[in-house]
Design a protein around this ligand. Structure first.
Ligand code: NAP
Ligand code: G4F
Length: 350
């Protein structure tokens, strides 16, 4: 029976990865930060399972990492912990650095000091590419047909556009350095955006799906609700479902040799496309009637376009995204409609 430690277990990916590893008979040690209010809503279904252990800790505290790894002697360590909101990172750059960059280095240093070294997964991000892309057929960004070139893959240059992306890139380089210099089995998954019914409520997809669900119920009750405040609608993202993506993380650590992989669907859609598709789920075409552009939500610097090519993962990990854009949007909206029916409208408009 394998043992895995998950940093970031209370987050979207941590909860799905726990589900996956428990289904494979792992014993899971999920690390959670002490909090004055409950932060375990995504893992309540796991709290009474024998093979699932919740441990208090923090990746900014190396002594607690050292103790936990040496006590548990895990086979695998997944670092999913981060201050993961790009917009927030502009307001809290130092905190983002301490958690998202330094936290990874702290874990690497502990693993390096161990006799039996666990395999290590680092949650790298497509945000590291920033404004960079690769191109085939001389297609330019201004002359783009949907789902054609450009793209990002393992060869594309990095040029981070936020404190979050800078911190992720530092952690990414540290992971490569420790793999090459100290022979650690350390992999980075360069994951493109992945969402789900468990997605944090301040990421744009969930913000929209929750608003649409609340609008649906308000309309049923003959009420109106305030407009949804959004920032940049033209940014394009490659959106997949988190359940597919945690499978890729696990597969990376089962290979004979460690490496880095781009994980993405290969398709790109704008925030406005997501908005349109979400409103379609409640048979509403006039989606802009419900939206207000809020300048304070426009970031000082933006990543305009992401579309990942996962050929390497397809070939070596036999991995491919199984849930497409329309399915993803529909699942999120339907889930939010069902869960908000129990409550009065409780929307986030900002
Ligand atoms: P998430 O929902 O925001 O989860 C982040 C997790 O990190 C939470 O469990 C959080 O705990 C924990 N955390 C924050 N600060 C910590 C600290 N100091 N010590 C220990 N834990 C801490 O993020 P996600 O969407 O699941 O993403 C997982 C990872 O993949 C993150 O590193 C993210 O940056 C990266 N990533 C995500 C995507 C995506 O599209 N989802 C794409 C590429 C990379 P609390 O619950 O207590 O806040
Ligand atoms: O949902 P978002 O906040 O995700 P973003 O910035 O792409 O970052 C996510 O994906 C990364 C992988 O590429 C992860 F590394 C990261 O941890 C996170 O999971 O924003 C998506 C787009 C952006 O262009 C943003 O400017 O939506 C735009 N947007 C427009 N209005 C908004 C809003 N984003 C948010 N969060 N809230 C808005 O009101």
């Amino acid at each position: 029976m394998k043992k895995a430690i998950i940093y970031g277990v209370t987050g979207q990916d941590g909860s799905y990865l726990s589900d996956l590893l428990l289904s494979k008979q792992y014993t899971v040690y999920g690390v959670t930060r002490r909090s004055s209010s409950d932060n375990t809503s995504r893992i309540t279904h796991l709290l009474n399972i024998n093979n699932f252990n919740l441990i208090q800790g923090d990746i900014t505290d190396t002594s607690s990492i050292y103790r936990l790894l040496n006590e548990v002697q895990p086979d695998e360590v997944y670092n999913l912990a981060a201050q993961s909101h790009v917009g927030t990172s502009f307001g809290q750059p130092q905190l983002t650095w301490c958690v998202t960059a330094q936290g990874c280095l702290n874990i690497l240093e502990v693993i390096r000091s161990m006799g039996n070294r666990p395999r290590f997964y680092q949650a790298s991000s497509s945000e590291m590419f920033g404004d960079q892309f690769s191109i085939r057929n001389n297609t330019s960004l201004n002359n783009l047909q949907s789902n054609q070139d450009p793209y990002q893959d393992e060869q594309t240059a990095f040029n981070p556009q936020s404190p979050y992306a800078i911190a992720k890139l530092a952690a990414h380089h540290a992971t490569t350095l420790y793999r090459n210099s100290y022979d650690l089995f350390a992999c980075s998954g360069i994951l493109f955006n992945h969402e789900s019914e468990r997605r944090g409520e301040r990421f744009v997809t969930r913000k929209i799906s929750r608003y649409v669900a609340n609008l649906y119920w308000a309309t049923q009750r003959g009420r109106s609700i305030p407009k949804l405040k959004l920032g940049n609608l033209s940014a394009k993202r490659d959106w997949g479902h988190a359940e597919d993506y945690v499978e890729a993380m696990w597969r990376m650590l089962q290979q004979d040799t460690p490496s880095d992989y781009v994980i993405a669907t290969g398709n790109t859609y704008s925030v406005e496309d997501y908005l349109k598709e979400a409103f379609k789920c409640i048979d509403t075409n006039e989606y802009m009637d419900y939206v207000e552009i809020d300048q304070s939500l426009i970031r000082p610097s933006e990543v305009p376009y992401l579309r990942g090519i996962s050929k390497k993962a397809e070939k070596r990990l036999n991995w491919k995204a199984s849930i497409g854009f329309k399915d993803l949007v529909s699942r999120m909206v339907q889930h939010d409609i069902q869960s908000s029916s129990k409550h009065e409208e409780n929307y986030t408009t900002t």
